[in-house]
Design a protein around this ligand. Sequence first.
Ligand code: PXP
Length: 239
Amino acid sequence: MIALHVNVDHIATIRQARQIREPDPVTGALLAELAGADGITVHLREDRRHIQQRDVQVIRETVQTYLNLEMAATEEMFAVALSIKPDIVTLVPEKREEITTEGGLDLTRNTSNLHQGIEKLKNAGIRVSLFIDPAPEQIEKSKAVAADDVELHTGAYANSTDSLTKESELARLKSAALLAHDLRLQVNAGHGLNYQNVQPVCHLPHLKELNIGHSIISRSIFVGITEAVKEMRTLIQTA
Ligand code: PXP
């Protein structure tokens, strides 16, 4: 069964708009878990625009399932991850000015610092996933830097507006998933997935985990987080 990891960043986005205590992403994480989420994902950004270090710490201490910490591959963040010890770290590229994570990591650049950081996390018993575009060179490089998993960026698929592009983006994701599996990398996926576009992605070969945030938290405003998580779970299960 494909695991659903719910990203609760945007509960913190609303809280930070007022810089007060509510709504608390910790409460959201626990309710998502009670509703059937298989794990919780948070992105601790360098600019701390939504999730704060305290959130990650308290979620670490309270979730019963699985904590995925998304972060940039910097010395500061490697130190944070080593102190919080999430179950998995997903390394993502980060630009201060972007609205959300725009592309995958570019592993064709010098990766020696990245490789060292990955080794440190793995030595501390933390799995490491790399958020990458579904391109063969990025998958091969992910293997070369000793990642455990890849998270295939589904943004180009999700944002495509015509069916031909959607089909070709799905085909790219499918080839990427096959290659990653051949190289013994676990296959995860995420970004831009919603109640309308998630089901075709569930047919990707060897897919193990989906990370979904914005659409679930948006729906929660109207139907509550329990219902929003359950509806997404059902779509994944029945795909
Ligand atoms: N996966 C990664 C690596 C991300 O950076 C994000 C956004 O924080 C997501 C998944 C979730 O994307 P969305 O909020 O569009 O569902």
